[in-house]
Design a protein around this ligand. Structure first.
Ligand code: 3PG
Length: 388
């Protein structure tokens, strides 16, 4: 695909699809990471003498039925602070948005537009008519074929990838398409079912697959261990066995915990008991990995060439079940491996332990990050490739 940084933008009208889908509660932004991550492309265009129109979705509103909480006003206000210049929000833009070079405007929440979600061609043409150059910089929405990510790229005079999108694809490509080995993936979360396609895809690539949370419990069950009342999906043990067998057949490994932190219930006041996996009883609930397991994982991560991290290995929000995730996170931070992390819980853990600066790349993608791990083609990227 074409890249923004290869184009001459002086005097051009540039339309940038960003992903500023940030958490907003009562008009207050909880985390502005995605807004800040969009700044390099915006500032690049302004410096090059272009005018900039931004478009993003916010949440999942009902199209055609705008409610006050769907508005991008708080996002524009924050962006305006960060850029140090006015950013207007345009609800009526169909007749055109005349801007001078160096000015910035945003279209109101694109998901309020009829046909946005359905990738409507007419809507895509309407967006495209606003610009000379369309830039997709919304990695977080690259797995969605919607009018503002896909149709617009078909009809714009020029369509290219922004700085963030290119950096995300570069980092993910480095981690998964041409990784320095050993390649270690950490896939954790409550359910195997939601991440089975990722586990299957990674089974063909990784040297070590570290599983955590309910996924690890299902894998322990697959290996014949007692896991008591722990969260698991007993009907997926065959899938877990297949993943383990596939990785072992390639000379890799799926290191399962040897010690675990248990409680009799899931609560922030529950007493934590450290046990060997063999000692887990019918009344136990596994809520974290133990220190011996954390040490084994830390050694694996220390020797890795690449680490891909999605998911905490314990209930890190609760102090007594947080140590495994903290130890693993600190090991990744210390490792010389190229490390990439993505997903809401993982980013929350990284922020909690102050590891942001030490992870090589932190993705802004949630669903898009996971679909890349699955090996799926991202439609908003594919269309840029087709336009190159
Ligand atoms: C995200 O937050 O993952 C992206 O912005 C996509 O949002 P969506 O799942 O509502 O399409």
């Amino acid at each position: 695909f074409k890249k923004l940084t290869d184009l001459d933008l002086a005097g051009k009208r540039v339309l940038i699809r960003v992903d500023m889908n940030v958490p907003v509660k009562n008009g207050v932004i909880g985390d502005d990471t995605r807004i800040r991550a969009s700044l390099p492309s915006i500032e690049y265009c302004l410096k090059a003498g272009a005018s900039v129109i931004l478009m993003t979705h916010l949440g999942r509103p009902t199209e055609g039925e705008p409610k006050p909480e769907d508005s991008l006003a708080p996002v524009a206000a924050r962006l305006s602070e960060l850029l140090g210049q006015a950013v207007t929000v345009a609800a009526d833009w169909q007749a055109g948005l005349p801007l001078a070079a160096g000015e910035v405007a945003m279209l109101e929440n694109v998901r309020l537009n009829k046909g946005e979600k359905k990738n409507n061609a007419e809507l895509g043409r309407a967006y495209a008519s606003l610009c000379d150059v369309f830039v997709n910089d919304a990695f977080g929405t690259a797995h969605r074929a919607e009018a503002s990510t896909h149709a617009v790229a078909q009809f714009a005079p020029v369509a290219c990838a922004g700085i963030l999108l290119a950096a995300e694809l570069d980092a993910l490509g480095k981690a998964l398409l041409a990784p320095a080995r050993p390649l270690v993936a950490i896939v954790a979360g409550s359910k195997v079912s939601t991440k089975l396609t990722i586990l299957e895809a990674l089974a063909d690539k990784v040297d070590q697959l570290i599983v955590g949370g309910g996924i690890a419990n299902t894998f322990l069950l697959a290996e014949g261990k007692t896991i008591g009342k722990s969260l698991a999906e007993a009907d997926l043990v065959d899938d877990a066995r297949r993943v383990i067998a596939k990785i072992r057949a390639r000379g890799g490994n799926v290191p399962l915990p040897s010690d675990v932190v248990c409680a009799s219930e899931f609560s922030d006041t529950a007493a934590a008991t450290l046990k060997n996996v063999a000692e887990v009883t019918a009344d136990d609930m596994i809520l974290d990995i133990g220190p011996d397991s954390a040490k084994v994982l830390a050694d694996i991560v220390a020797k890795a060439g690449t680490v891909v991290w999605n998911g905490p290995v314990g209930v890190f929000e609760i102090e007594q079940f947080s140590h495994g995730t903290q130890a693993l996170g600190e090991a990744i931070a210390k490792s010389a491996a190229f490390s990439i992390a993505g997903g809401g819980d993982t980013l929350a853990a990284i922020a909690k332990y102050g590891l942001t600066e030490q992870i090589s790349y932190i993705s802004t993608g949630g669903g898009a990050f996971l679909e890349f791990l699955e090996g799926k083609e991202l439609p908003a990227v594919a269309i840029l490739g087709a336009r190159a």
